[in-house]
Design a protein around this ligand. Sequence first.
Ligand code: HXC
Length: 279
Amino acid sequence: MSSNRYVAKVVDSTSVFKDDIFNGKVLFCTGGGSGICKSMTESVMRHGANAVIVGRNSDRLAKAAEDLSKATGRTCIAAKADVREPEQLREAVAKTISKFGRIDFVICGAAGNFLSTISGLSENGFKTVIQIDTIGTFNTIKATIPYLRETKGAYIHVSATLHYRATPYQAHVSAAKAAVDALSAVLAVEEGLYGIRSNVIAPGPIGGTEGFDRLSAKDTPKEADALQKVANSTMPLGRVGHVKDIANATVFLFSEAANFITGQVLPVDGGNEHLREPF
Ligand code: HXC
């Protein structure tokens, strides 16, 4: 591998899109307390929206809401809910409506993951990931659809590229995310009549996230660093993904520039999915 090969730069959406395109809009984001979904929330807020982030860990959520408000000058509030519990989600939605009066955008991002073979996975382990990723997405859609019909809003579901081919140790997540892709497509077709759009972002390997750490199964920061260097060298665009890459795709898909795009899956993976052999 040549040392002067191309490496894609990491871009801020604010350098490409106007900073007021989401003024007056409200985002409801599950899993927004950390990682990719926190970054997605930040980018939507940087373009003018207020936000509600939903998760199970109150302390982490409260801190993230404070960080996001400070970083963007917009208002972010925390709503504690487990996406597996429809009643808790309905309460989070009620809190959103009471605070902001509307919901324009929904990110279904709450997810669970760990490495396990099928033979090593308990029935409950499989069910838990399906419940968080797939049923949690369904519950979130159910709780928010009436409000998105009012605003002609849009959904983004955070999926994966794992299930395009067989990924060992990821049967549970692959099954869960394939179902999420299917749910989004049906949602797009059914709710298009009401002006709602629904799309999926499928992140490839995104460095510095809990998902990347869990899937790389490394134990120390040094090991993680070494692994990321190897991954960088094999990616078609010269590096693993950055959370901002997903955030930028989010801004585009929620923007009016994407108002004829629905029912689609957008892999944001630097070309990784097409790669058969490192070059
Ligand atoms: C095998 C495991 C396991 C492991 C849990 N289980 N971890 N089995 N290997 N490492 C089993 C448990 O033994 C139990 O089954 C069942 O799963 C439920 O476990 P709990 O710990 O009780 O569940 P819970 O507290 O609800 O936690 C959910 C979780 C956890 C998914 C297990 O990891 C979690 O909360 N994760 C959220 C954060 C996260 O994963 N973020 C990364 C998302 S990244 P038994 O039979 O013992 O009762 C992502 C990206 C995907 O999704 C795409 C990447 C490219």
